[in-house]
Design a protein. Structure first.
Length: 205
């Protein structure tokens, strides 16, 4: 009995599937019969006209799209060109700034080197001056001022009595009007001058 019921169950399903299949077949047949195989007469002309109009409209829309697309491409190319130009300028500016910074560093180093060299040179010059003054002092036995009047002009000077029994005179105009530090400068200059072997009269203004 159970086996019989099982078979009935499957038979029922098979009958349902058969009915559904026939129903779909009928529906498909009806749809096919409603579709015209060929459009004739005025309907065909109207259809062709619609097709032509649709095609023309699509062409016009496509042309508009192409114009817009071309404009976008040109704008993109312009922007790309501008970007490349600005990037090049920025790179050149960066390179120039780096060059300026490098040049500045080089100049600072050169200035520092020259400053040290100048200081060293001044030190050497000061040493030489000191040697000359010391030599002059060793060669001098007496330093005295001299005053003479000639043509209403007062001539004043320094007279050095040298160790080699030579006398060296230096004329200093308006000696009495000079400040002590100025007189000292003249004396130092005179001492440096007489420290050499070539003695000549020197006028100190």
């Amino acid at each position: 009995m159970a086996n019989s019921n099982h078979n009935l169950k499957y038979m029922f399903k098979t009958e349902e599937m058969k009915a559904a299949s026939e129903s779909l077949r009928d529906l498909f047949s009806n749809l096919v019969s409603e579709i015209p195989l060929k459009v004739v007469g005025k309907s065909s002309e109207k259809h062709n006209k619609c097709m032509v109009e649709s095609e023309q409209k699509l062409k016009e829309e496509l042309a508009e799209v192409n114009v817009v697309y071309s404009g976008k491409c040109e704008n993109l190319e312009r922007l790309q060109f501008e970007f490349n130009r600005l990037k090049k300028e920025a790179d050149e500016k960066t390179t120039q700034e780096k060059t300026i910074i490098k040049k500045k560093a080089e100049l600072e180093n050169q200035y520092s080197t020259l400053s040290r060299s100048k200081i060293s040179s001044q030190d050497e010059q000061l040493k030489e001056i000191t040697k000359l003054r010391y030599k002059a002092l060793r060669n001098m036995t007496q330093v005295r001022f001299s005053f003479e009047t000639s043509d209403s002009n007062r001539l004043e000077g320094l007279v050095f009595n040298m160790a080699n029994n030579k006398t060296k005179c230096f004329t200093i105009n308006n000696l009495s009007k000079l400040k002590p530090d100025q007189i000292s400068d003249h004396i130092m200059a005179a001492m440096e001058a007489v420290s050499g072997t070539n003695y000549t009269d020197i006028s100190l203004e």
